[in-house]
Design a protein around this ligand. Structure first.
Ligand code: TYD
Length: 214
């Protein structure tokens, strides 16, 4: 596969979607062929799965059912979107991937790393990012909760089903991402997301350059 696969991930509200967009725009400006995509919900069936997973009306789901639904979305994403784009030689910038299932369902919800590695492996057919960028910010979830308390300029409603989890769950998510990144060695970096949007973008770019030059 000739393209490059870059994943941005992190706890809710860490700013990764903004950074994914900025990164993709920057790479396009450089004349690269770029695909910006996300999980869950980048395919037609994925959008239905996303609705089910995030709608508070769905209520309680067993973490394994949750993990399998995220992975079902991932199977379609890998087959329909990711592999074809990488085969075309595109640079793929993906907002969340297998790392999210490993951390949210595997670590924070307690299913365990190795079970989630197995499940992710089946879902992805072994497709791993060239680089995982974890954005780390203290209490990103708390910041988002505050944001819901004030009028919402982006038209977002209240917290989704996953965001409604207890604060302790979200603290575990943050810790889980750091641990997961460590397990990946030099295929992952943790970027301090507390700096300005421009500074974080610049740091992300330095890591991405490394991958593009390989
Ligand atoms: P989304 O709105 O896409 O993310 P964000 O809130 O960061 O913009 O919502 C996806 C939610 O689903 C988010 O809370 C993380 C969670 N999630 C998992 O629990 N497991 C997964 O495998 C994935 C991909 C996401």
């Amino acid at each position: 596969m000739s393209g490059r696969f870059i994943v941005l991930d992190g706890a809710d509200g860490c700013g990764k979607s903004t950074q994914a967009r900025l990164l993709a725009d920057m790479l396009v400006d450089r004349g690269l062929s770029v695909l910006l995509t996300r999980e869950p919900g980048a395919t037609s069936v994925g959008r239905q799965i996303r609705r089910m997973l995030l709608d508070p009306a769905t209520g309680d789901l067993h973490p394994m059912a949750e993990a399998m639904l995220f992975c079902a979305d991932r199977v379609q994403h890998v087959c329909e979107v990711l592999r074809p784009a990488l085969e075309r030689g595109q640079v793929v910038v993906c907002d969340r991937y297998a790392s999210s299932t490993a951390v949210y369902q595997g670590y924070a919800a307690g299913l365990g790393w190795s079970t989630m590695h197995q499940l992710n492996d089946m879902a992805t057919g072994g497709l791993q990012p060239d680089l995982l960028i974890v954005l780390d910010t203290p209490g990103p979830h708390a910041a988002r909760t505050q944001q819901y308390a004030s009028p919402d300029p982006n038209g977002r409603g209240g917290p989704d089903r996953i965001e409604q989890n207890a604060e302790t769950y979200h603290r575990r998510v943050r810790l889980g991402f750091i641990q997961y990144a460590r397990m990946l060695g030099d295929r992952a970096v943790v970027v301090d997301g507390t700096h300005s949007i421009e500074q974080v973008h610049a740091e992300i770019l330095t890591h991405v350059e490394r991958v593009l030059q390989r």
